[in-house]
Write a protein that binds this ligand. Structure first.
Ligand code: IPM
Ligand code: MN
Length: 357
């Protein structure tokens, strides 16, 4: 099969972790005889420095002609501490989501037995947690207009907007994922307060009968936030709007103690983007210490979701599991007292494992 991908390393540790994920992708393509073609693009602070735009047109055109995008991370603290900065790396991310129509952000939350000691929760609560958050990514408060300030600057406003079609698209996708899993869907909203949430609920109730095997549960977002730490194993698939999803997926990502291992996929109208959920960790850039596993597992998601190549995806996941079992781990997930490995050492070990498999 021909795999045509765009590679956007971005900022901070992005280039190092992307380099590992790309090596793994190449190894898989060699093994399974796929024809890989890839091209690099710039984005984030890197692109602001080079061309003054965090998501340049050239990068957009590259993404549009690719079947999938492998993405590192964007962001730099010099922008966070500068309220006067006119262009920010994050704007590039939002522009990319909108222009590529990346409407569904999929973040699996899985606990790894050997990392449970890193969880901020009691091991007995989090053990066995395995759920998937599906966050609507191109609507709601992030993109609703009007947004801005009154003339005197004393009032600011954002607008939360959702259309029926947007809700149908994401909720249907969530049901389809639930059908492939344990067949339980939790639809998270704030229907006791928000009109958009009431539309979500109304539309979801129309869709639910099409998936009679799936158990549907409606939950207010405040309650969901609480339940995620009290009883994380009670979730299978969660679907929610953009802002709630932003918050809940961060919560979800830390409860397993394995933030450095969590991948994500953003499914789009034109192409899909695969990236680790962690950020660009600028302080560690260039030190060869970042954990590449979330990005490697994002590449696994790419094989599965963008190309429907499941054996390839499971070989990558198997190699990652094997590296952890062999204790070939970066410092953030190493067991106390064990030697830790560099980004590239972990990458090489995984590539070797794939070559020998
Ligand atoms: C995320 C991030 C972004 C978001 C920021 C960087 C704009 O937090 O991908 O979750 O809020 O969506
Ligand atoms: Mn976020």
């Amino acid at each position: 099969m021909k795999l045509n991908i765009a590679v956007l390393p971005g900022d901070g540790i992005g280039p190092e972790i992307i380099s590992v994920a790309l090596d793994v992708t190449k190894a898989i393509c060699d093994k399974f005889k796929h024809n890989l073609s890839f091209e690099y693009g710039i984005c984030g602070a890197d692109a602001i420095d080079k061309v003054g735009n965090p998501y340049p047109d050239e990068t957009h055109e590259l993404c549009m002609r690719s079947d999938a995008v492998l993405f590192g991370a964007v962001g730099h603290p010099r922008f966070d501490n500068d309220p006067s900065a006119k262009v920010r790396p994050e704007q590039g991310l939002l522009a990319m989501r909108k222009k590529l129509g990346l409407y569904a952000n999929i973040r699996p939350v899985v606990t790894f037995e050997t990392l449970i000691h890193k969880s901020p929760l009691r091991a007995d609560l989090v053990k066995g947690a395995d759920f998937m958050c599906i966050r609507e990514l191109t609507g709601g408060l992030y993109f609703g207009r009007p947004q801005g300030r009154s003339e005197d600057g004393n009032v600011a406003y954002d607008t939360c907007v959702y259309s029926r079609d947007e809700v149908v698209r994401i909720v249907t996708l969530a049901y389809e994922y639930a059908m492939k899993r344990r067949k339980k869907l939790t639809i998270v909203d704030k229907a006791n307060v928000l009109a958009t949430s009431r539309l979500w609920r109304e539309v979801s109730k129309e869709i639910a009968p099409k998936f009679p095997e799936v158990e549907t549960e409606f939950m207010f977002v405040d309650n969901a936030a609480m339940r995620m730490i009290q009883w994380p194993t009670s979730f299978d698939v969660i679907v929610t709007e953009n802002m709630f999803g932003d918050i809940l997926t961060d919560e979800g990502s830390v409860i397993t103690g394995s933030m450095g291992l969590l991948p994500s996929a953003s499914i789009g109208t034109y192409t899909s983007v695969f990236e680790p959920i962690h950020g660009s960790w600028p302080q560690a850039a260039g030190q060869n210490i970042a954990n590449p596993l979330a990005t490697v597992l994002s590449a696994a998601m790419m094989f599965e979701y963008a190309f429907n190549l499941k054996d390839e995806a499971s070989l990558i996941r198997g190699a990652v599991d094997a590296s952890m079992n062999a204790n070939v781990r970066t410092a953030d997930i190493q067991i106390d007292g064990e030697k830790s490995f560099s980004t590239s050492e972990v990458g090489n070990w995984i590539v070797d494992f794939i070559n020998k498999a």
